[in-house]
Every structure is written in structure tokens, then in C-alpha cells.
Design a protein around this ligand. Structure first.
Ligand SMILES: NC(=O)c1ccc[n+]([C@@H]2O[C@H](COP(=O)([O-])OP(=O)(O)OC[C@H]3O[C@@H](n4cnc5c(N)ncnc54)[C@H](O)[C@@H]3O)[C@@H](O)[C@H]2O)c1
Length: 259
């Protein structure tokens, strides 16, 4: 029997990048998966997964409580409940402190921190009602370990994810629900392409891909990460093997940050 054959997994930001790799791993391991996103292609993305009969796409803005409630309602209606919820949706912008707008600050905190909280809140409500325990996995970032230049709003949003993870982990431990956070390092996705382009211009005269190459030299493993690297950690945290792990924040970054 596959590890997640009896499990329903909700993944926000699951239509692309890291989230799509997570969805792919969970369907390969037998799960029923709901991928959620604000992007118009979310249902197409679900259909592209290896087991489309066990995958659904749902349009959802994680900053909107009623849409989040509808997402978990959809997962229950389609697949009977939720066992694992991965709060992966995220956004970033890069700007010098005098140029960073209040709108950027609010939007980043809304998606990256409030969105994670709203999804955890609704998943916990449903997991408690089911009485079956559950797993919550929140995507933070290396920037939740050490802030970086020109992204105070993003760093604050991701440090916030670590705090809410620890607080919720304490509150739901006796319900058999674990809550953990992950800190990806440099992972090749559209978000990283943006980082490479914008930071590259602001930090020096880097051409496309050059900043990434330079930073990869600081990684002990000397390579960028892939979505599948993150999927290995997330699947472990969602599994029975991680039953005694909660409130933790784990780096998946080839050794870039050691804390
Ligand atoms: N790529 C990296 O190097 C890296 C490093 C550290 C952390 N992260 C984090 O990993 C997560 C995934 O990043 P990625 O690199 O795959 O990025 P990506 O840009 O490829 O994907 C981001 C996803 O978030 C979704 N999203 C954005 N706003 C949303 C909203 N309001 N409601 C619902 N969905 C929304 C998008 O639709 C998309 O599916 C993010 O939380 C990001 O901060 C990425």
C-alpha cells in the first residue's frame, strides 16, 4: 500500500512551482489532492498531474476567509475530508526601503502570513471535527532564518509563519495534529526567476541566471534546489514517520543556512 492512499491533501499554490511538485509527489504516493490557487489555470494544472482522477483544482484566494472555507468545503465534498494541508502559496516583491509601498507590505503579509493562518484555521476546524488528527505544513523560507536586503516585508511575513506554526502546534498537539514549517533555499521556479532578475539588477550588473549561479556557489551542495527536493521533506512531515515532530522549522536548502 502506498503511504498516502487513505489521505486527502490540500496544497495552496499547487498549480505551479514548488506546489505543483508537492502535488505530483502526493498523487504518486496514492493521495487524493486538491490544488488551490488564484491562477486561472488551476483546474488544468490538476488535470496535468499523474493521476487526474485523484486530483482537483480549486480557484481560491487565500487572503479571503470565505474562499478558504469554500476550499476546504470543496475538499470534503469531493474526497470526504482533509488529512494534510500544505500552506504553500506565497508572493514576493523586491524594493529599496524608501521605495517599498504600503500596498506591497500589506499584500505580502496578507498572502504569506494571514493566508497561511486562515488555511490552518479552517483545516484545524475540520480535522478536529473529523477526529482523525492531521498534518499542517507551512512554507516559510530561508528568509525566516535570516532576512535579506530589499525584502523586509517578505522576511517579516515568513518569520511570522514560523511564529504561527509554533503557536498552533502547541494548541492542537492533543488533537493529534502536527504543525511544522519548512524553509526552502534557492529553488528553481518562476518566483526565483523574478528574484534573479530584480535582485540581479539591484545588486550589480548580473545578466539572467547569473545571480543564481553566484549564490549557488555559497551552497555547500553547489546546486539550486528543485521542487522535488522540497517534496521529499513535505511528504516526510505528512507521513506517520513524522508523528512525533511538531512546531519545528526545517531548512531544505542544500546546507545554505545551518540553523
Ligand atoms: N522559489 C524559491 O526559491 C523559494 C524559496 C523560499 C521559499 N519559497 C516559498 O515557496 C512557496 C512557493 O513558491 P514558488 O517558488 O513555487 O513560487 P511561484 O511563484 O511559482 O508559485 C506561487 C504560488 O502561489 C500562488 N498564490 C499567490 N498568491 C495567492 C493567493 N492570494 N491565493 C492563492 N494562491 C496564491 C500562485 O498562484 C502560485 O501557485 C512560496 O510561499 C514562496 O515564498 C520559495
Amino acid at each position: 500500500m502506498k503511504r498516502f492512499e487513505d489521505s486527502t491533501v490540500v496544497i495552496t499554490g499547487g498549480n505551479k512551482g514548488i506546489g505543483f511538485a508537492l502535488a505530483q509527489r502526493f498523487v504518486e504516493e496514492g493521495a487524493r489532492v486538491v490544488v488551490a490557487s488564484v491562477d486561472a489555470d488551476v483546474e488544468d494544472a490538476a488535470a496535468r498531474l499523474d493521476a487526474p482522477d485523484r486530483a482537483r483544482g480549486f480557484h481560491c484566494d487565500v487572503t479571503d476567509k470565505s474562499q478558504v472555507e469554500a476550499l476546504y468545503g470543496f475538499a470534503s465534498a469531493e474526497f470526504g475530508g482533509v488529512d494534510v494541508s500544505v500552506q504553500n502559496a506565497g508572493i514576493i516583491t523586491i524594493a529599496k526601503v524608501e521605495d517599498l509601498t504600503e500596498g506591497e507590505w500589506d499584500a505580502t503579509l496578507a498572502v504569506n502570513t494571514k493566508g497561511v493562518f486562515l488555511c490552518c484555521q479552517e483545516a484545524i476546524r475540520r480535522m478536529r471535527a473529523q477526529g482523525t488528527g492531521g498534518r499542517l505544513i507551512n512554507t516559510a523560507s530561508g528568509q525566516a532564518r535570516s532576512g535579506f536586503i530589499y525584502t523586509p516585508h517578505y522576511a517579516a511575513s515568513k518569520f511570522g509563519v514560523v511564529g504561527l506554526t509554533q503557536s498552533l502546534a502547541k494548541e492542537v498537539a492533543l488533537d493529534g495534529i502536527t504543525v511544522n514549517a519548512i524553509c526552502p533555499g534557492i529553488i528553481e521556479t518562476d518566483m526565483w526567476d523574478y528574484n534573479d532578475r530584480v535582485w540581479g539588477k539591484m545588486l550589480g550588473d548580473y545578466g539572467p541566471g547569473e545571480l543564481m549561479q553566484a549564490w549557488v556557489q555559497n551552497i555547500p551542495m553547489k546546486r539550486a534546489g528543485r521542487g522535488s527536493d522540497v517534496a521529499g521533506l513535505v511528504a516526510f512531515l505528512a507521513s506517520d514517520d513524522a508523528a512525533y515532530i511538531t512546531g519545528q522549522t526545517i531548512n531544505v536548502d542544500g546546507g545554505l543556512i545551518m540553523s
